[in-house]
Write a protein that binds this ligand. Structure first.
Ligand SMILES: *[C@@H]1O[C@H](CO)[C@@H](O)[C@H](O)[C@H]1NC(C)=O
Ligand SMILES: *[C@@H]1O[C@H](CO)[C@@H](O)[C@H](O)[C@H]1NC(C)=O
Ligand SMILES: *[C@@H]1O[C@H](CO)[C@@H](O)[C@H](O)[C@H]1NC(C)=O
Length: 411
């Protein structure tokens, strides 16, 4: 029996955020494409990249009204799906609206680019039967590769297959999966505010925080604001929040700024009704406003207040939505549970921190922006357990995937 060893190189999924590799598709520029989307489709937000569904465009409008495009790569193992305006696991993607031929889902659609001299790792003990006729074995010593074998005309073909370029990819050897998967349930958004320019933790996405300062925070550093700045997270524009959300934010209000209601966080603006809104009112209550919509289009609006917020010290707020009700925790203590059946819909606005919902401005600055510090924004599209919420509150990042040990939390 002959042995033929074929080594396959991984398709390079990661590429520079700023360059656009144009192969086919429209002849308009990304900005022109965005302009059309904003005018003819659904306003600012996320749209497919017609050339490549491994990325998408965040189409935004400048203050002067012109539209511009940010090219946003999907995280490894995901592709952009325009029907839900977000990156979804590769296996679920159709790449609708993209001129690219097929979703590039390893291992089945991947094209060997080159052979390498990398030695074939030993096969692990577990194997499973792939639906493509190959028998797939764990590759010892690495989780994002596997070894597959097939006998064709008495020749045993053996290949080393890379699931993807990073450890986000895993080969799942269980018989019902027997395929490459990506790690589930990453945080949707983490901004630790530890270094400038502020970036998201998972994918380094840009955070618009013009003139926002940095100072010691509750965990590492924090964003420092004096009532004139705002923070915008464009990637969360037109995000489907769905039925499972856990949101974490730390805030410290400056005692000098207690004369007006100030916004901590909001998914809308003065023109766009938010779905999630946290405000610190002048009477030291935290106002929590939520909006959900059920299958029949009926809206439920929740307004609750939490009294006795201390200014000049750190507070941690956690919002949990499970499709049936909202729970809000302050410094780890449950404050209220409010019934709200449905989903949190999209809003055509980025996620704002510290921005006013007051359209009336004085000398170009509203007087209701955040005055103080904000820290540790984390959003998960799952209902985190009490243990996981504790770890988030105490500074753990990406608690599901990275499973960090965090002081003060016990299972
Ligand atoms: C196997 O060998 C036969 C006879 O030589 C040939 O006709 C056939 O195409 C081969 N099959 C494959 C998959 O190579
Ligand atoms: C607030 O901060 C900005 C940016 O650092 C600065 O230009 C402005 O003068 C500050 N305003 C006040 C009232 O301190
Ligand atoms: C939606 O409407 C249908 C038909 O009127 C009704 O039977 C159902 O209970 C409604 N669902 C909700 C969640 O209100």
């Amino acid at each position: 029996m002959k042995y033929l060893i074929v080594l396959m190189a991984a398709v390079q999924l990661a590429y520079s955020q700023t360059e656009i590799i144009r192969t086919q598709g429209p002849t308009v520029s990304p900005a022109e494409f965005c302009q059309q989307c904003v005018e003819e489709r659904n306003g600012v937000g996320h749209y497919e990249n017609p050339d490549d569904c491994r990325s998408h465009f965040s189409c935004q409008r400048r203050d002067d009204g012109t539209v511009y495009a940010n090219l946003m790569p999907c995280s490894p193992g995901t592709l952009f799906e325009r029907s839900v305006a977000t990156c979804v696991p590769c296996a679920d993607a159709t790449c609708d609206g993209c001129a690219c031929p097929d979703p590039k889902c390893p291992p089945l659609t991947f094209v060997p680019e080159s052979t390498t001299t990398e030695p074939m790792p030993p096969k692990g003990p577990q194997s499973c039967e792939g639906n493509d006729g190959w028998r797939n074995f764990e590759a010892e010593g690495s989780t994002n590769k596997f070894v597959r074998e097939m006998t064709i005309n008495q020749t045993l073909y053996q290949e080393l297959v890379y699931c993807g370029p990073t450890d986000d990819w895993r080969f799942d050897v269980s018989p019902d999966v027997c395929a490459c998967t990506t790690l589930p349930e990453n945080a949707v958004l983490i901004i630790p505010f530890d270094a400038q320019p502020f970036k998201t933790y998972n994918n380094g996405d840009w955070v618009d925080a013009k003139d926002v300062g940095i100072t010691a925070g509750r965990v590492g550093n924090a964003a420092d604001m004096n009532g004139t700045q705002q923070i915008e997270i464009p990637r969360m524009d037109n995000t489907y929040w769905g039925t499972q959300v856990t949101l974490n934010i730390d805030f410290n209000a400056d005692p000098n700024g207690n004369d007006v209601k100030r916004n901590v966080l909001s998914t809308g603006s003065c023109n766009i009704p938010p779905t999630i809104e946290l405000n610190l009112r002048e009477d030291n209550t935290l106002e929590c406003k939520f909006r959900v919509i059920d299958v029949n289009g009926t809206e439920t609006n929740i307004v609750e207040t939490i009294p006795g917020i201390q200014r000049g010290s750190w507070n941690n707020a956690q919002v949990v939505f499970d499709g049936l009700s909202f729970r809000v925790y302050l410094n780890g203590q449950l404050q209220f549970t409010s019934v709200a059946v449905g989903t949190i819909p999209y809003t055509l606005a980025p996620l704002f921190l510290g921005r006013s919902l007051n359209c009336e401005v004085q000398e170009f600055v509203s007087n209701t922006r955040w005055y103080g510090q904000l820290d540790e924004l984390q959003v998960y599209q799952v209902v985190l357990s009490d243990y996981d919420r504790c770890r988030v509150r105490n500074g753990g990042h990406n608690v599901i995937v990275e499973n960090p040990d965090v002081a003060g939390c016990s299972q």
